[in-house]
Design a protein. Structure first.
Length: 144
């Protein structure tokens, strides 16, 4: 017995507009990783002596790497802050923060990896709350 897919009943879902509290909570959550990355990138781009010392001595990066890292960090934060490119920015931010986690683990600072991990969770949690495209892509529950 064969069934024709065209004979199947058509089901539609009605998208509801996100609640105001969810949008504003998402914006608040999203602001935390955005501001942290902007602050960190500014310190790298301005060659803050403490930041350069940490990058070179504690993390083992070459002295000139701070500027390039700062540019990538700032670019991901800016992309994330713009609603139209927020998903792309979240992907870049996740990659950047994943590299920070790997760097902390590589130098034996496993506890320090908690900060970039928490920022990544906040970034995606905030985006989930403020962007219906992400909620559609990653539903928390499915209706039976």
């Amino acid at each position: 017995m064969t069934t024709n897919i065209l004979d199947a009943p058509i089901t539609t879902t009605t998208e509801t507009a996100p609640k105001k509290w969810a949008i504003w909570s998402g914006r608040a959550l999203s602001s935390i990783p955005t501001l942290m990355l902007v602050m960190s990138s500014v310190m790298k781009l301005t060659s803050n002596p403490k930041m350069i010392d940490m990058l070179t001595k504690a993390m083992g990066y070459p002295a000139g790497a701070g500027f390039a890292i700062g540019l990538l960090e700032l670019a991901s934060a800016v992309l994330y802050a713009i609603p139209r490119t927020a998903v792309l920015g979240a992907v870049f931010m996740t990659g950047f923060l994943g590299g920070a986690i790997a760097t902390h683990v590589r130098v034996g600072d496993v506890g320090g990896a908690a900060v970039p991990f928490a920022l990544a969770v906040l970034a995606w949690g905030g985006l989930f709350l403020r962007d219906e495209r992400v909620r559609a892509l990653l539903p928390l529950r499915r209706d039976a």
